[in-house]
Design a protein around this ligand. Sequence first.
Ligand SMILES: Nc1nc2c(ncn2[C@@H]2O[C@H](COP(=O)(O)OP(=O)(O)O)[C@@H](O)[C@H]2O)c(=O)[nH]1
Ligand SMILES: [Mg+2]
Length: 305
Amino acid sequence: MNSADVCILIPTLNEAATIGQLIKDFKQEGFSNILVIDGNSKDGTGQIAKAEGAKVVMQTGKGKGQAMIQAFGLIESPYVIMVDGDGTYLAQEAHSILKPVLEGHADHVIGNRLEKYSQGAFTRLNLVGNHLINMFFDIAYGVKLKDILSGYRAFTLESVKELELNKTGFEIETEISVECILKRQKVEEVPITYLPRSEKGSTKLNPVKDGFRIGSTIYKLAKLHNPMFYFGIIGFILIITGLFTGTFIVVEWFRGTDHIPLTILTTLLIIFGLQMFIFGTLSDFILTLHRQTVRLIMEQNKQKK
Ligand SMILES: Nc1nc2c(ncn2[C@@H]2O[C@H](COP(=O)(O)OP(=O)(O)O)[C@@H](O)[C@H]2O)c(=O)[nH]1
Ligand SMILES: [Mg+2]
């Protein structure tokens, strides 16, 4: 492999404190094909990157996701590494992250931060949030990935071009992970180092707001992949609430008090809840049939070739 075959893609927004050194580090490791997609930084990030010899493109919209989607459209190198510009990832580890892709047994590699992160790299809230989100992802997609939100990843060009991405903000890593699973790509994880952010640059991620958006992205995207999960959650909540109010009504009834409006509400909650499970079952059924059809078409296409 020629090292120019690997495009190092770095999204940046006001990362002047770290971008220069990061580009130097990647060059040191032999990677010269570096693309910085900049969100119109006000601190000279773009100029520094250019001076270090990176190709700098200004993003046309807003958000890390929009920047990645724009950049993915520009890349033509057969291999792609994406890495944050905040100096929290090590250029030396590019080789190990790239290895499964180069050897051909992975289409996409995620650098797993959650095994050997440095002290202070994650706040407690961040760590708990990450674990919860990975767990939720596992329940929704039935795939055990350890770190779906990692910002250090490797791809083949085919993998990148196959992804259908729409999310403009910090949901982009989630969407990439989901898309890779939906497109049945081979995904592997490699443990990487994760360093604390430099004190000079601050994170653009809001743990509560973005955490919520990420969770809701996992949930919404699951509608097509695992409808039973999608509808089941709503059904589950409705039925649990119904059982709760129902128990109250029965206890009160034994004591001689009737709650007519609450009784009606309980009935509705349970009926709607059960209906959600029926929707889920039907959608699951449709999805299974659809998958069988797709498989048949694929097999026939293969035979024709
Ligand atoms: N081009 C671009 N890059 C962004 C934007 N927001 C964040 N980034 C970059 O995306 C990377 C990850 O962002 P960061 O704030 O470190 O998020 P965290 O690592 O999840 O805390 C960094 O290199 C940021 O500079 C944006 O709106 N546009
Ligand atoms: Mg960061």
